[in-house]
Design a binder for this molecule. Structure first.
Ligand code: GLY
Length: 346
């Protein structure tokens, strides 16, 4: 009899515990997140957040940029559709953007206060959280490839200055004279920034009409690997070997197959202080919010409230995309098996 009563009590306890567990789980699950659509693959890219106006008669220029983004997305889609690896897509896309003088990365890098171009880049693989970054390099033609070499061919994560340049040379990467990065319009922006820097604050160093900036790319491949990469010349008129968020893992770039991949653009000081890219991943992991909700909260509330200009692109592990920005424009685009979007303004 006692045995039967014990069994009944145990069953009641077991049933109530299961009910409690299930109800807690149900409460924690946001249907928008848990029923998130699975994409076989996805790709998102940005050409920087900045201050452009749709009324500045530059339609031709803007359309040409959007056409470039469109071709990059189609190229990336072709690679991913065939089973290409996210790492190869991210490095290919960013290498092409680094060759394009219209972007603030590689060839088109902006000028530091000392009249030189000092470049930063990073990349991260979501499978094993391996990562590589270079900062303040002055003669590496494709900083994103140097970041990749740091990740794949060294025991380190982050290399800077001459050491990073020596490492890149040893890996057989293309080196160039710093003059390779000269572009007249970026040089004129330095002169303009220097003139206005008497009333310098972090924000005024970011010219009110700052154009296309940093470049970034996040890809999810058919194996479920997420890779994120970012490359930049930093901010015009930066001083004292200033390094921004782009090469800082967790600030400008982050990828984790369990959560999402992120690449940021904007005034790097804020993105470092708020560890924005890692914050996206943490909130995705530990809260019920969707990738769009998290991105929007961080960019349009947390950062906007402190006048921190910028934006980000992100893909969650299902291929859902977020592209929030709090400036007037961010050149951006994404593609998956059924949809392609390219945009510049809100
Ligand atoms: N987000 C680019 C930089 O601040 O350098």
């Amino acid at each position: 009899m006692l045995y039967r009563i014990s069994l009944i009590i145990l069953s009641i306890i077991f049933i109530s515990c299961s009910e409690i567990d299930t109800s807690v789980e149900k409460k924690q699950k946001n249907p928008l997140k848990t029923n998130a659509k699975q994409h076989d693959f996805a790709l998102v890219i940005h050409g920087g957040a900045g201050y452009l106006s749709p009324k500045n008669d530059a339609d031709k220029e803007h359309n040409a940029l959007k056409t470039t983004m469109d071709s990059l997305l189609i190229m990336g889609k072709t690679m991913l559709e065939k089973g290409g690896e996210a790492i190869d897509v991210v490095t290919k896309v960013i290498t092409i953007m680094e060759d394009d003088p219209r972007f603030n990365a590689g060839k088109g890098a902006v000028f530091a206060n000392n009249g030189k171009n000092e470049l930063d880049a990073s990349i991260m693989h979501g499978k094993d959280l391996n990562a590589g970054a270079v900062a303040g390099v002055t003669n590496i033609k494709h900083p994103i490839l140097a970041a990749k070499e740091v990740m794949t061919s060294s025991r380190h994560v982050f290399m800077a200055g001459q050491g990073a340049e020596q490492f890149a040379e040893e890996q057989g990467l293309t080196l160039v004279d710093n003059k390779y990065f000269f572009t007249q319009n970026k040089f004129e922006r330095l002169e303009k920034a220097k003139k206005q820097s008497s009333k310098s604050s972090m924000r005024s160093d970011y010219l009110p009409d700052e154009k296309y900036g940093t470049v970034g790319c996040v890809a999810l491949d058919k194996k479920g690997n997420i890779v994120a990469g970012t490359s930049t010349g930093g901010l015009t008129n930066k001083q004292y070997n200033r390094i921004g968020d782009s090469p800082v893992i967790g600030a400008g770039t982050y990828a984790d197959n369990r959560t999402c991949g992120v690449s940021c653009t904007g005034v790097g000081e804020f993105f470092i202080r708020y560890a924005v890219a890692h914050e996206m991943s943490s909130q995705y992991r530990y809260t019920d919010k969707t990738i769009q909700e998290i991105g929007d909260d961080i960019i349009n509330k947390t950062l906007k409230d402190i006048n921190a200009d910028g934006g980000l692109i992100a893909l969650d592990k299902y291929g859902n995309v977020a592209m929030p920005f709090n400036t007037t424009a961010m050149l951006r685009g994404y593609i998956n098996e059924e949809e392609k979007v390219v945009a510049l303004f809100h």
